[in-house]
Design a protein around this ligand. Structure first.
Ligand code: ZN
Length: 462
């Protein structure tokens, strides 16, 4: 009998990895992502399946928690075929190379420190290297388009549908023709009325639905409300001669922020200023968003039609090189968008060092700040922080805007399920257990369906 097992994103948010083992002997994997945050040690555990036995790897989208362990999969014997969208693979290249660079750098720093103590043997090797990522990029890949049904192996067809979450993110439908079963993996579902993405596509039919539940326990503040708050902080700070620092995630949030700023420029709401996009990864991601603009929202496509580019406008500058980034220190009246999103590394730290102590400046948090990160400590009101061995007093104004999200909230997830004509069994993945319990009850109440929360390695028979 065919079955599905989850080797990640089961009762946790990260590490997405689901393996469909068919009676015919074929094995199809959906995503192979990295564990992040509290569960990141799990990345170092060996896979609970033989990577060499996997025939096909389907990728829903290029976030690290969906693609981050692919280099390990290949390193450990996966020789099958990757099936995904072209832009997903392009974005995965940016994400995986960045991840490998960071891990190699961290390893070198730790190794040097341990060497001084004579303990270099105790330093854990990086999970994977740039070379391992290059091996992934040399794997055979079959590229699909949205809504194109393709038979990937005998009697198994897949269709990728727009999930509206980040650039070319997909809901994946798998048709098992021999078994007359239709499986749907939601991937991560985007929210409605996103500035950059289009709405997730409705699906009509599923024997089995594996649905993400990141925000299954709550509803977001409206995106328009958040946009308004964002604008007022930017305008007030600039008019008071301050600078705005925006720690931002490279994929999606950065492009959303650029879109809002460009709209403000268009409507003459934005005071004259210089905007620096100071993150090499965000610049690469923005270039890909621009190149694949057809997949984006109407607003983005209108920009492209008018300007020949989605995001560029006169105030915006990209600072790819480190020396250009350093020159920003001499600028005033500017908006600086830099990574990392949670401030635990990256160029935002330099800007914090130069500007956090000044009460005229503002720091605008537009994304989730996990516990233990510098971003979270600042949001929680710490008055002093240590950056590059220097104690900095925080006098800048701190703002947090929570309404931007690349994920559907509870109402949106439930409404998306309501649109099915036939939906037999629902399985929750990609969420914290306590939040999944709340989501399960909400589904039972609003759409009267039984729901199962998938456990790690549990076999779900098809
Ligand atoms: Zn995602």
């Amino acid at each position: 009998m065919s079955f599905i097992q989850s080797f990640g994103a089961a009762e946790v948010v990260t590490g997405s990895c689901h393996l469909v083992s068919l009676e015919s002997g074929y094995r199809i994997m959906v995503d192979c992502g990295m564990f992040q945050g509290k569960v990141e040690e799990r990345n170092f555990e060996p896979f609970d399946f033989d990577p060499a036995s996997v025939d096909i790897l389907l990728i829903t989208h290029a976030h690290l928690d969906h693609v981050g362990r692919i280099p390990l999969l290949v390193k450990n014997g996966f020789r099958g075929k990757i099936v995904t969208l072209k832009s997903t693979m392009d974005l995965a290249e940016v994400v995986l190379l960045d991840s490998a660079h960071l891990m190699e750098e961290e390893y070198r720093t730790r190794y040097k420190k341990a060497q001084r103590r004579g303990e270099e043997k105790s330093v854990k090797e990086p999970l994977y290297t740039v070379e391992d990522v290059e091996d992934v990029l040399n794997m055979p890949v079959e590229y699909l388009y949205y809504d194109q049904e393709v038979e990937i192996i005998d009697n198994v067809a897949v269709t990728f549908r727009n999930a509206g979450h980040i650039l070319d993110s997909a809901i994946i439908e798998i048709e098992l023709k021999n078994e007359h079963k239709h499986l749907v993996f939601s991937g991560d579902l985007g929210n409605q009325n996103d500035l950059v993405m289009t709405n997730p596509k409705d699906i009509k039919d599923a024997d089995i639905l594996y649905i993400e539940s990141t925000y299954g326990d709550r509803n977001h503040k409206s995106i328009r409300e958040s946009e308004k708050e964002f604008k007022s902080v930017v305008i007030d700070t600039l008019l008071n001669r301050g600078n705005v620092l925006i720690p931002s995630f490279a994929i999606e949030r950065t492009q959303e922020i650029l879109c809002i700023l460009k709209k403000m420029y268009d409507t003459k709401e934005l005071p004259e200023c210089k905007i620096f996009l100071d993150s090499p990864m965000a610049i690469r991601a923005t270039n890909l968003y621009n190149a694949y603009h057809q997949e984006l929202s109407k607003c983005c496509n209108d920009f492209f039609k008018r300007d020949g580019t989605v995001f560029d406008f006169p105030y915006l500058k990209y600072t790819l090189k480190a020396e250009d980034s350093k020159k920003i220190n001499d600028e005033s009246g500017c908006i600086i968008i830099a990574g990392s999103g949670m401030c635990n590394g990256g160029r935002i730290l330099h800007h914090f060092k130069h500007r956090l102590w000044n009460h005229e400046n503002s720091v605008l948090f537009v994304g989730y700040q996990a516990e233990g990160t510098l971003g979270r400590r600042i949001v929680d009101g710490e008055k002093w922080v240590k950056i590059y061995h220097e104690e900095i007093k925080i006098k800048a104004k701190i703002y947090t805007i929570n309404g931007f999200s690349a994920h559907a909230d509870q109402n949106e997830l439930i409404n998306w399920m309501k649109n099915y004509k036939r939906l037999n069994r629902i399985f929750l993945i990609h969420g914290e257990k306590s939040k999944q319990e709340i989501f399960r009850k909400a589904i039972a109440k609003k759409i009267k369906k039984d729901v199962h929360i998938v456990k790690q390695k549990e076999k779900i028979y098809i």
